[in-house]
Design a protein around this ligand. Structure first.
Ligand code: HSE
Length: 433
């Protein structure tokens, strides 16, 4: 079989990993693909010392790669929106398949990219965009293709999970752990994407689309990060039997989908609760097989390269097969993609952990409980702590049963308006899975 020729745009962490793994495992990769995968050109603004480009043409103009007649597959590993979009659209217009690790690009511009690719009978593959090395897109689109999937929930930002784990286990400072995650190459160029949940929302948007066969709707995702999480809530949650994780959750309803990223309490005995460090995990709930859990490295050079190369192998097989046998990008043939909207958070139901700072006097707890009961909110447990830090004010932690977000919002507003309550109520959603 003729070698498949690829051009790589970008020369950062993931590109370096991809070039190294393609060279190191060249023989076994070609055995799986049915042909050699040759890197003919790399485009990047700058050369990087850590990558050996011997025998590979180098250009500082990434658009050269997208229009290079030698190239069969353009591998977009630059990240970002603008230039990446131009490269991908140019590559498709020039009849090239595309492999990308760019979750932001797919989450935001995926619909137009996929439409162009499908109109030209080309493949756009983005396994590396979600959960690094975990083959979750392949698992959902292919391994679970018999199933009606009802929900997907995951720890899909390694940096955030690394920070939460270090804070919980070692009491380390948020900023200090973030710096380490950046040095290790886990964090995004703009780390607010990690700590404010934007990166997780990009990935969740893609997961929801492949799980439910709906268009990509990043703008409608609810996004709440970990930057405002306080260590006291992580400790109190632990005492109540929960672990705080930053989760992306999507759930299918007849009238729309939930699409939300936020800190979440999970019962500490659930497997997801013990996913620590930079590791990612995705829990899929589906009708035939039930729950399946996918765990592994969610970031890092070679872990992400593993997913990039798996896509290259798939596309190489398509190029070398007589029929166009590619799996549809969103798992469903275009006419079966459903235009379901994302539901507003007010319509989402969840259990809640609430932390209320109350004056230490008789009847305050009764007033809080009565507000909750008036709204039909059932309390599962209450914990009260003495606090030396707040003069005459004590923290009360309440765990509720499942309730609609609109009810908890209105209860919180009433609780905050009580004269005996100080400051804002801390609210973290709980999922029992
Ligand atoms: N910044 C991302 C993370 C990298 O920490 O998970 C992988 O997408």
């Amino acid at each position: 079989m003729k070698p498949v020729k690829i051009g790589i745009c970008g020369l950062g962490t993931v590109a370096g990993g991809t070039i190294n793994v393609l060279k190191r495992n060249a023989e076994l990769i070609s055995g799986r693909a049915g042909c050699a995968i040759d890197i003919v050109q790399v485009g990047s603004r700058k050369l990087k010392d850590h990558v050996d480009l011997a025998g590979i043409d180098f250009t500082t103009n990434v658009l050269d790669v997208a229009s290079n007649p030698e190239v069969d597959i353009v591998v977009e590993l630059m990240g970002g929106y603008d230039t990446a979009l131009e490269v991908v659209m140019t590559a498709l217009k020039n009849g090239k398949h595309v492999v990308t690790a760019n979750k932001a690009l797919i989450a935001v511009h995926g619909n137009e990219i996929i439409e162009l690719a499908q109109s030209k009978n080309l493949v756009v593959a983005f396994e590396a965009a979600v959960a690094g090395g975990i083959p979750i897109i392949k698992a959902i689109r292919e391994g679970l293709s018999a199933n009606a999937i009802s929900s997907v929930a995951g720890i899909i930002n390694g940096t955030g999970n690394f920070i939460l784990t270090e804070m919980r286990e070692k009491g380390r400072d948020f900023a200090d752990v973030l710096k380490e995650a950046q040095a290790l190459g886990y964090a995004e160029a703009d780390p607010t994407f990690d700590v404010e949940g934007i990166d997780a929302a990009h990935k969740l948007t893609i997961l929801a689309s492949v799980a439910f066969g709906v268009p990509l709707q990043f703008d409608a995702a609810y996004t709440e990060g970990i930057s405002k999480l306080s260590t006291v809530d992580i400790e109190h949650a632990g005492e109540l039997g929960y672990t705080v994780k930053h989760l992306g959750i999507c759930r299918l309803h007849p009238e729309g989908i939930e699409l939300r990223v936020h800190p979440t309490l999970i019962p500490s005995d659930k497997l997801l609760a013990s996913v620590n460090g930079v590791k990612n995990a995705v829990l899929v709930e589906s009708d035939a097989v039930g729950q399946t859990l996918y765990y592994g490295a969610g970031a890092g050079a070679e872990a992400t390269a593993s997913a990039v190369i798996a896509d290259l192998v798939d596309v190489a097989r398509v190029i070398n097969s007589s029929a166009h046998a590619a799996v549809p990008e969103l798992g469903f043939k275009p006419k079966h993609v459903k235009a379901l909207p994302v539901l507003p958070m007010e319509q989402v139901s969840s259990a809640y952990y609430l932390r209320v700072l109350a004056k230490d006097r008789p009847g305050v707890l009764a007033k809080v409980a009565s507000i909750l009961s008036d709204k039909g909110i059932n309390i599962e447990s209450i914990m009260q702590r003495e606090s030396e830090e707040h003069d005459g004010v004590i923290p009360m932690m309440l765990v509720t049963h499942v309730v609609c977000e609109s009810a908890i919002n209105s209860a919180i507003a009433e609780i905050e308006s009580l004269a005996d309550i100080s400051g804002s109520v801390v609210r973290i959603r709980i999922e029992h899975f």
